[in-house]
Design a protein around this ligand. Structure first.
Ligand code: HEM
Length: 142
């Protein structure tokens, strides 16, 4: 289960389900040499944060082992598929259980293969397989 979740985490790093959203500045702030006044809206992109080289060496490479180390091995706010701060996604633990449950049953009970090799991902605005990911399922005999 640890490795399965590491694969899901690496997928969400490279293809964040919620790739961007807005935050409102609650007090005058300076960041990266810019003064940002209270009340402004800023736009954050998880996909940019997730490919920051200092946090994720060789950032374009798919490598689930990044997530196999001790927890909190990345700097704070560097891995944000569920957002961060007071409004961090309250469904994140539920989403983890859902993903692990579905994948566990698919892997333990079925052999399955893609019907569209190398199917691209589109955004609408969430990432979605372009052909709805048709797969062949063969139930494994127990
Ligand atoms: C893979 C699945 C999911 C992803 C990637 C995801 C991602 C996110 C992100 C990025 C935010 C914005 C956080 C921020 O502004 O800092 C958010 C907010 C939220 N999510 Fe999720 N989410 C997922 C599943 C769920 C589920 C299953 C639920 C409920 C059962 C849920 C409920 C919410 C709610 C209520 C908010 C608003 C929180 C607030 O503004 O205080 N999410 N989610």
């Amino acid at each position: 289960m640890k490795y399965t979740w590491s694969v899901a985490q690496e997928l969400m790093r490279l293809n964040p389900p919620v790739s961007e959203t807005f935050k409102k500045i609650v007090k005058d702030t300076s960041f990266g040499g810019f003064d940002i006044p209270k009340g402004w809206q800023v736009f954050w992109l998880a996909s940019v944060t997730h490919t920051e080289k200092n946090s994720f060496p060789d950032p374009e490479r798919f490598d689930p082992s990044r997530f196999m180390g001790p927890s909190k091995s990345f700097p704070p706010f560097s891995y944000i598929p569920f957002g961060a701060g007071p409004h961090i996604c309250p469904g994140n633990e539920f989403a983890r259980v859902e993903v692990l449950l579905v994948l566990h049953h698919l892997i333990i009970n079925y052999r399955w293969s893609e019907m569209v090799p190398d199917e691209p991902i589109t955004r609408n605005p969430l990432p979605y397989p372009a052909k709805s990911l048709p797969i062949k399922l063969h139930r494994l005999e127990k």
